[in-house]
Each structure stands twice: as C-alpha cells, then as structure tokens.
Design a protein around this ligand. Sequence first.
Ligand SMILES: Cc1cc2nc3c(=O)[nH]c(=O)nc-3n(C[C@H](O)[C@H](O)[C@H](O)COP(=O)(O)OP(=O)(O)OC[C@H]3O[C@@H](n4cnc5c(N)ncnc54)[C@H](O)[C@@H]3O)c2cc1C
Length: 534
Amino acid sequence: MQCIRENDNELLAWWFFASRNDSTAGSRETPDAGSDLLTGGAPGLSLQRPGFGITSKFYISAPDFAPAAMSALPLHRSPPDASLLTSLRELLGNRLSTSAAVCAQHGKDESYHMPHAPDAVAFVQSAEEVSAIVTLCAHHKMPVIAFGTGTSLEGHVAALAGGVCIDLSQMNRIIRVSAEDLDATVEAGVTRKQLNEHLRDTGLFFPIDPGADASLGGMAATRASGTNAVRYGTMRENVLALTVVLADGRVIRTARRARKSAAGYDLTRLFVGSEGTLGIITEVTVRLYGIPEAVSAAVCAFPSIERAVDTVILTIQSGVPVARIELLDEAQMAAINKYSKLDHKVAPTLFFEFHGTPAGVAEQAEVVKAIAAEHGGEGFRWATTPEERSKLWQARHDAYYAALALRPGSKGLATDVCVPISRLAECITETKRDLLQSPIPYALVGHVGDGNFHLVFIIDPDRPEEVAEASRLNDRMVARALAMEGTSTGEHGVGYGKMDFLIAEHGEAVGVMRTIKKALDPQGILNPGKIVRV
Ligand SMILES: Cc1cc2nc3c(=O)[nH]c(=O)nc-3n(C[C@H](O)[C@H](O)[C@H](O)COP(=O)(O)OP(=O)(O)OC[C@H]3O[C@@H](n4cnc5c(N)ncnc54)[C@H](O)[C@@H]3O)c2cc1C
C-alpha cells in the first residue's frame, strides 16, 4: 500500500493506492465532475463507479468500489439442519421462531441496506442459553447473529449467510447498581431508556444517548455515542466490563469493576465495537454519573454553516465543558419545524445543553453566547423548563424521521464521518459544495463538538440510480474525511455498508483485525460478512 497525500486534493489518489487490489487496473478518461475534490493526484487514474458518471483522473475498478447497497451480496447459505432446529426447540420451546415474519423483522435494521432474514430467531433469557445455542451452532457450522433492538444503520443485523438470530430483548434485567461506585451491571437487552428509568430515583444517570432507544449490548457492540459524547465520552469510555459468549460457547468476563486496571490485554475494548463478530455480549457493566444540579438548553441560528462550526471549535478550544452541541443545517431545521411543529428560523443552527451547578451553567452559557455572537449567532433562544428542553431534544432525536417525512415513501441513506475538530468546517463546507451538484435531497446533522457529522440522503429506494448517486456522494465524503485524518464512521459502525472503506482507513491493521477474527471465530460463524472479509 502506498500513501500519497501532499494535499487534500490528492486524497482520491491515496484512496486508490490504499484500497486497490490486483483487479484494479487501467484508466478511463471521462469528463471531470467539476469538484475541486477531484482535481489533483496521480495522472492516468480515474475514479469511476458503474452506472453513474462520477469521474476524475483516478480509476478504481467496479469490483473494488461497488456501492454499498450493491455489495450486499448474500454469502453462501445452507438451510439449517433439521437436527439443529430440533435441539434448539428442545432448549427454547416456543421461544424459537421460524416464522417468515419474525425472521424478516430480524434481518433488517433502520437503514436502506438490503435486508437478509435469518433462518430462525431465538429469544434468549440467559447467558447459559446463549452459550448452549452458540455451542450447537458451532457444531453445525451455522451462523449466529446477535440482535438488540435493530436500530443500527449499516446492515449490521442482516443475516447474509442465513443462520440463527439471537434476540437479546428478553435479557432485560438490571443486575446491580452501585451508587457509591457510580456503576451498574445490566443484561445486554436492557435499553438505555430502561436503565435511566430504573435510575430515576437514585440521582444517577447513564449519559450515552444515540437517539434511538437501543440496547446496551447493541450500543457496546457498535461503540455507540451520540449527543452527549462531547462531555461524557462514548461506549468506549463508559463500558467497564463485559460478559461475552465466545464462538465455541465459552463464557468470559473481560474485566472486573475497578475504574482502572493494567492486568493483561484490554478485552473489553476489543469487544466494544466488534458488532457481534467476535462474541455475543450477555452482560454490560457501565459507568454512571450524577444527575447535574442544573441543566439548561438553548438554540442559536447562524448566517452560515462555517460560522456555526467556528463557534463550536472556539467553544471546545476554550475548554467550556458543554454537555451537548449539535449542528443542524437549514434543510434539517425546515424538516424538524414541520415534523415537530416548531417555529425555529430555517438556517444553520446549533443546539446547546449545559450541565453543572446553577452558577456554572450560567457561566458556561455566557461564554458560549459571547462566542456565538462573535460569529454572527442570532441570540440564544432558551428552553428553560424541563418540558421545553425535552421537546427540543426530542425534535433533535426525531431529526432522521423528520427528514424522511419530507419525502413520503422515502428511505434514509444515513452515513456519518468524524474528523479532527480543526478540519470540521472545511470537511462540512466541501461536502456541502459537492452535494450542491447533486439532485438528491439530504439533511445534515452533527455531534459537532466531537468533529462528527451525519448526512441522511432522502432516497426513493425503488430507484437504483438514486441509491447509486447517494452512495457515490457518501464515498466521496468518506474519502474527504479520511484525507483529513478522520474516520469513515464516528459512531454508526461498519456493518456491511462500510466494509469497503476499512482498508483505506486502516491499511495493514485490517490484516491484524482479520487475524483476531480468525483466532476467536475460526469457523466464521459470528455475524459473517461484517467488518472484515475473512
Ligand atoms: C434515528 C436513529 C438515530 C441514531 N443516532 C445515533 C447516534 O447519534 N449515535 C450512534 O452511535 N448511533 C446512532 N444510531 C444507530 C444505533 O442506534 C446504534 O448503532 C445502536 O447502538 C445499535 O443498538 P441496537 O440494540 O439497536 O443493536 P442492533 O441494531 O440490534 O445490532 C447492532 C450490531 O450489534 C450487534 N449486537 C447487538 N447486540 C449484541 C450483543 N448483545 N452482543 C454482541 N453483538 C450484538 C449486532 O449483531 C449488530 O451487528 C441511530 C439510529 C437511528 C435509527
């Protein structure tokens, strides 16, 4: 692999070298799409994806660069052995379902990615049951796919090779809460809202909030984050320990409850973000936080995206411990106004939330207000009561569905990238300039305090050319983020939708990931076809 990156305009050349394989060949000269993104780099190469005319001097052959939706080819699939189904039925009784509707529901997530139904769904109630199922499936070389609440966005739960889906939603017991140690252990099917409901009278809360009411097991498996991550971190920082069923049925605990440990390899972090490809998480121990004494939220509109992002950068650089700082572009503001019956200005807008003592919150808000004013922010509109705050954040959480409601019958091609915050304005501006040249409607939101932003392309799923065009724009956004030392996904994860970007992002390290996958799952039964190709 070679890497040439004299400047950002050469990112696609770098991409080419990073992701090419022996099938990459030749060049196809076609008129340039006109974006400044595509003007530099090694001569004689052109980027061309099949079926739509993106062009440049770089060429990546179709097999390397098929749009994500097209690369959703099912893997080899054999029907489950009757004796496996009999054994599973003996174990689970009517908690094993082979109904077409139940299987179909478990083969899809919330994205546009093509669903693939498993052959059976097991509704488990204990780690022992998970272990027994995995042991049986290992014996029959049958795939096993963990399912939390199915809110992931990159085709994560699609049963590409069929197999048995393990639905953990009935493993929803809160095992223990320690107010003294600020931690809790829960079964993997507990959702974040369920945990916070349970904690309500303790003065504690669990802050990681991906919007969807996802399971803690699924959130750990996708290394989720969301609106609060700028202050509280992601699942990476907030998972203390996991209980995991391995591919051969063994059950391990990755760590104890100590806040820090130097004892051996950090298996907790290995399983966080492994998307069900290395083991099935049955218990999660997480950090908790005290509910802040004072919380205030505000909304501020800006004359441009750049001015809004500059406000964010200066806020972070000034060390203001803002709890949430979210960017919504004008399209997204129009969508939430309509969907959530609000009347905010249709302009690039920041949503803020401050946590602390009453004095601390007031001080943070004053500093941020002054920074916003310097950047043309039009005053702060405060949400003072808990009801107003919750209405505001509910509107933010409904942003995805609000965007889809703009075009009835549409599906969302949702994608996210994350860059160092100093490159955020540039990345968003170049991305928006690129999108201007495309007819596909989209909305942009971002957890911009982390340098993370999302696009949702509002596509007609029955029009392949729209899927292809949105995929093309997505590829370019990812390439742009990688060239800025960012990542192909800040929080949604890889699934099968972003597998093709991993080589470009990690190079040789993908080989190490593959080695780990083979060591822990030699038969390749755990969520096959996700993260790395084996
Ligand atoms: C409207 C909307 C907004 C969103 N916003 C955000 C956001 O801001 N930030 C963010 O991070 N995400 C966001 N997401 C994505 C999603 O909510 C997360 O990926 C979530 O963490 C997935 O949890 P889940 O329980 O739904 O897992 P599922 O979708 O069921 O599974 C996800 C993956 O994890 C694996 N898995 C699930 N449970 C286990 C387990 N117990 N053991 C091992 N593997 C398991 C599955 O096999 C699959 O690969 C959003 C989604 C939607 C629909």
